[in-house]
Design a protein around this ligand. Structure first.
Ligand code: FCB
Length: 460
């Protein structure tokens, strides 16, 4: 049901719009082996020479495992209405299956209770890329057993928390797990294989479906999937660039969305993966195509695509253009792409409620914050422009229920280590000290005014 103009405030955001922030376990928690936790695939990957840009590990990260009370207090001071975080599977099931490690689960119970006490709605991601290393040893996402292992894990977590957690998501960005983990090898487990990527993609889809069923049977009230979407634009009008952009769109944007929400595989996948793409699978599609309560969309940028014979698998490359603006991760700043994305998803998937589950940017911030607030005008501008785009999408009829910015804290940006700062709260990684950036105060004002601050005159 979309918000009618009458229940919308003048700011353009519906009443009760969930302004939140997002993080993930591996990126912030630290203490990876504390209280009986098992190692994760990323814990191990980070220790392989050359995998992480600055040679760093997850040993401390933001030390959130020990400082979570302080972090919830930061959220309270910012007025966050919701907090999206993930559960480390290897804390709950150190071997990946079987024995439950009670202290691991207790940590998340304490976190959830504290959030609720502060009126912050917990939104839990079951899998945000960190997998028990023990399961990687058994084939990880390549194993036909994985979907069932994931559903069993989902059951344990949802059983413990569903009385208090109102919003669940199964998997964060399955495309990145498959593509970066198995096609390009820049993420754990660092494999490079097109046939494996096809297998993993199918495994992730089935895992999502089985976990959604399991979560629902354990009392999850609202369950969704989080996908990352990047509008793909051809670099030129040349037919090769146009079809490269269309293939890239189906590989990145529709590979997971269409099976899950439409009950079909995009046609182009069988040509992208060629004979590696498993034939048949109609029975799986029934499980994959579970009814969902909402869809989470992560949006960062648009891709400008050029045909490239050498590129695997889609013979397409994202290119940079000289006169455009880019963030520290090399992603083009394209706020209008957010509205475009949300409208595109609405057209493709119909009226399913949407959340922006991630949106944010890395810009150069110093390692030590000299004062509070630390000035970060580029991030303030980024957030303002993207929130305005989200509001525009609502105006155009998108049933958008919330926006989670990435990220609450500067954190370990996967293979980039601590070199990219996405937080609205600065973290001094030597001391753990937290300092509000100007973007944090700006976001607080946006929340306080239910979006009205987006129209205030720029003070920076
Ligand atoms: C997304 C990930 C998130 C973070 C941001 C910058 O793809 O979901 O963990 O790394 O990118």
């Amino acid at each position: 049901m979309s918000a009618s103009s009458s229940d919308r405030e003048p700011s353009g955001f519906p009443d009760g719009f969930l302004f939140g922030a997002a993080t993930s376990a591996f990126q912030i928690e630290g203490s990876p082996l504390a209280d009986g936790a098992g190692p994760s695939n990323w814990h191990r990957f980070a220790r392989e020479p050359g995998r992480i840009e600055d040679g760093s590990t997850d040993d401390v990260a933001c030390d959130h495992y020990r400082r979570f009370r302080e972090d919830v207090d930061l959220m309270r001071r910012l007025g966050l209405r919701a907090y999206r975080f993930s559960i480390a599977w290897s804390r709950v099931l150190p071997e990946g299956t079987g024995r439950v490690n009670r202290p691991g689960l207790d940590f998340y119970e304490r976190l959830v209770d504290l959030l609720l006490k502060n009126d912050i709605r917990p939104c839990v991601t079951l899998h945000h890329w960190d997998l028990p290393a023990a399961l990687d040893d058994r084939g990880g996402w390549r194993s036909p057993e994985m979907p069932r292992w994931f559903a069993d894990y989902a059951r344990v977590v949802v059983r413990a928390l569903s009385d208090r957690v109102p919003m669940w998501t199964t998997i964060n960005e399955p495309w990145v797990i498959a593509h970066a983990g198995y096609m390009t090898g820049v993420h754990a487990p660092g494999r490079i294989s097109l046939p494996e990527t096809a297998l993993v993609s199918r495994g992730l889809l089935l895992a999502h479906g089985l976990a959604a069923q399991a979560a629902r049977s354990e009392g999850a009230r609202s369950i969704g999937l989080v996908v990352n979407i990047e509008p793909k634009e051809p670099a030129s009008d040349a037919p090769k660039d146009r079809s490269a952009a269309a293939r890239a769109d189906s590989y990145m944007n529709r590979q997971f969305l269409e099976p899950v929400l439409k009950g079909r595989f995009p046609e182009e996948l069988s040509s992208i993966y060629a004979e590696a793409w498993p034939r048949g699978g109609e029975a799986d599609l029934i499980t994959i195509h579970q009814p969902l309560d909402f869809l989470g969309v992560n949006y960062y940028t648009c891709g400008v695509v050029r045909h490239d014979e050498s590129a695997v698998p889609d013979r397409a490359r994202n290119i940079r253009l000289p006169d455009r603006r880019y963030t520290e991760t090399g992603w083009e700043v394209r706020p209008e792409g957010l509205a475009k994305t949300l409208l595109w998803v609405k057209d493709l998937c119909g009226g399913i409620p949407l959340y922006v589950t991630e949106n944010g940017a890395a810009f150069p911030d110093p390692d030590v914050a000299p004062e509070e607030p630390l000035g970060d005008p580029l991030r303030v501008e980024y957030l303002r422009d993207h929130l305005q785009a989200a509001r525009e999408a609502i105006r155009q009829g998108v049933d958008l229920r919330g926006y989670f910015l990435w990220s609450l804290l500067d954190n370990m940006e996967w293979a980039s280590g601590y070199t990219k700062r996405f937080g609205i709260v600065h973290v001094d990684f030597a001391t753990g000290k937290r300092t509000f950036k100007a973007s944090a105060l700006f976001y607080r004002r946006v929340i306080e005014t239910n979006g009205g601050a987006l129209d205030e005159h720029e003070e920076e």
